[in-house]
Write a protein that binds this ligand. Structure first.
Ligand SMILES: [Ca+2]
Length: 273
C-alpha cells in the first residue's frame, strides 16, 4: 500500500514546492503594471483603509464644488473635452480612454459628415489595430508606458484623419525650477487654445490615499491665478473631474514607472489643421 501511495505523495510534495514560484511570478506581474488604474484588489485595500475618510482627501476638489473658473474664463479645453468625458473600460485601459477623449476633442471644431462617427474606445482600438496595445489594456494586461503613448496617440489621431500633429513626451525627472517652469509654460500655452492638449501620466497614490498606481488622464483646464489643474480622470468608477494643485500633480508625475524604470510625466499634443 505504501508503494501505491508513493506517487501521489511525491506529486503533492512537488505541487507544494511550486506554490512559492507561482506566488513570485504573480508578484512580478502585479509589480509591472505601468498604466493600470486601481485594480480590484487595490480598491479593496483603499476601501478598507479609508472606509470612513473623505473620498477625495484634502488634495483634490470636485468640479461641482469649484466651477467659478469655468464660468468666468473661456476654458477652451474644458469645452472641447468635457462632451467626450468617458470611463475607461477596465482597470488597465486609462490610455485608451484618455486618447479617445483627445481624438474627439481634436475634432470638435470640425464639421463632421453624417457618416463620420465619434471615436469610441473600441473604434480607436480597432482602427489602430495593435495587438500589443489590445493585450496590454485587456483586463489582465499590464497597461502601457509613457513612451508607448507617443506612438499610440499619433496612430489614433491619424486613424481619425488628423494628420498634421506633433506629439511630445516629457519625462518629469525632478522637482527642479527648470522642470516646474517648463510645465507651467506648457500649461499656460495649453489653456489658451483648443488645438493643443495635455495628458498627464502620474502616480495616483500621491494625490489620493491609496496604494501606488500609474495612471493617464487628460488635463481639461488650468487656473493659473490659483495654480489649480482640472483633471478629467477616466477612472469614473471612483472619481469625477477634480482640481488639484500644480505642485501636487507635478509631484505625482515625478515618480517612476516600475515597468519602464523611467519617470512618468506628460504628453504634449498639438494639432495643426
Ligand atoms: Ca489646449
Amino acid at each position: 500500500m505504501q508503494n501505491a501511495y508513493q506517487p501521489i505523495f511525491s506529486q503533492a510534495i512537488e505541487n507544494m514546492a511550486l506554490i512559492p514560484i507561482v506566488m513570485i511570478i504573480l508578484l512580478l506581474i502585479l509589480s509591472t503594471c505601468s498604466c493600470a488604474a486601481i485594480s480590484s484588489s487595490e480598491s479593496t485595500i483603499q476601501t478598507e483603509q479609508n472606509v470612513d475618510g473623505p473620498k477625495y482627501g484634502s488634495q483634490a476638489k470636485r468640479l461641482f464644488q469649484s466651477h467659478n473658473y469655468i464660468s468666468t474664463h473661456k476654458a477652451l479645453d474644458y469645452w472641447a473635452i468635457s462632451p467626450y468625458y468617458i470611463a475607461q473600460q477596465n482597470e488597465r485601459s486609462c490610455s485608451v480612454a484618455s486618447i479617445t477623449m483627445i481624438v474627439n476633442a481634436a475634432r470638435v471644431a470640425k464639421t463632421l459628415t453624417s457618416n463620420e462617427e465619434l471615436a469610441t474606445q473600441q473604434s480607436i482600438l480597432n482602427r489602430v489595430n495593435s495587438q500589443e496595445w489590445n493585450r496590454q489594456v485587456s483586463s489582465n494586461g499590464i497597461g502601457v508606458t509613457l513612451n508607448q503613448m507617443k506612438q499610440l496617440v499619433e496612430a489614433s489621431l491619424k486613424a481619425f484623419n488628423i494628420q498634421y500633429i506633433s506629439v511630445e513626451i516629457i519625462h518629469t525627472m525632478d522637482l527642479s525650477e527648470e522642470t516646474k517652469q517648463k510645465f507651467h509654460k506648457i500649461l499656460i500655452e495649453n489653456e489658451n487654445s483648443s488645438t493643443n492638449f495635455l495628458i498627464a501620466n502620474f502616480d495616483g497614490s500621491i494625490i489620493f490615499d491609496d496604494v501606488q498606481y500609474g495612471h493617464f488622464a487628460p488635463i481639461a483646464a488650468y487656473d493659473a491665478d490659483h495654480s489649480q489643474i482640472l483633471v478629467m480622470d477616466p477612472e469614473r468608477q471612483n472619481y469625477e473631474p477634480y482640481w488639484i494643485s500644480e505642485d501636487m500633480l507635478l509631484h505625482a508625475m515625478v515618480t517612476q514607472d516600475p515597468e519602464s524604470a523611467q519617470y512618468r510625466g506628460y504628453i504634449w499634443i498639438k494639432i495643426f489643421e
